[in-house]
Design a protein around this ligand. Sequence first.
Ligand code: MG
Length: 354
Amino acid sequence: MSDETVNIEGAVCAPPLSHNEQIVMGHGAGGRMTHQLIQKAFLPAFDNIALRAGDDAALLEAAPGLRLSISTDAHVVWPLFFPGGDIGRLAICGTVNDVAMLGAKPLYLTAGFILEEGLSIETLQRVIASMKAAAEEAGVQIVAGDTKVVQKGKADGLYITTAGVGLVRPGLKVGGAQARPGDVVILSGSIGDHGIAVLGARGELGFESSIQSDVAPLNHLIAAMLDASSNLHVLRDPTRGGLGTTLNEIASQSNVGIVLNEPAIPVHPQVNAACEMLGFDPLYIANEGKLIAIVPPADADVVLQAMHRTRYGEEAVVIGQVAAEPRGHVLMKTALGSQRVVDMLAGEMLPRIC
Ligand code: MG
């Protein structure tokens, strides 16, 4: 009997999948497996200062005093249309938001389309119209693009990749590594809406739901926040992997602890109900129109007030605080007064969500 076929009597657990030999869905979930793939496969090959910063966009000094924020994002959401949005709006907002999270004004986008043979022109035109509307809302232009077609069955309708560039306001130092003990953690609104809306569109909820995706361009919200305070430390959108994963990224980048106050985190009742039924935690469900802001305590009130005056920041609330310890980790104080560790999303929860 070879080592591979040894049968341990009474063993109940299946052997773990070999995640080191081939790509599995979890590598695209934005959680720990995505991070490990980046660390092992991409970073060693492409290593440079901008990439190593680990933010969703790269901060580049194009000329003295001229700083650019550049980002790219691929969109494979299924189905193409869902309550509150579609793949086109997502493709614009995803990149606009990542560019803006470094304190930049997004200006120009490019779009690459991978179309499946047989896709109706009417569907493509609906997606294009949605992209046009989202780009107008964000105030960006799509200035270059590419179109490829693959055979029927080789794609799921269409995929869209966008890239974007924006100008960073002079004097700002916003990034995932800038959180400091004592800082206040602000969330712009309720979590989990996007992921649950997409799931509902797939008919996987098992009940009728009116949950809408929150997909939205957040650059005007960010501009209002920067007008109120030039002292923002971190801005980040909790997309794939959800709030829990994103806060872990920041805790790790800044080498600080983050302590959340669970009752303060807004979750719509329908999202909570869906999560309870399906065994999901809203902390790990994707959002596409929310941001986390980490700001010095002296600036928290003025930033919150500025957020409340904008369309996508009306429900902004303080959800926690940055602490010196435990470094690199996120804790949550529950409604009952206990405390638990909030880890990164471990594997895959909802595939093809963005
Ligand atoms: Mg992002």
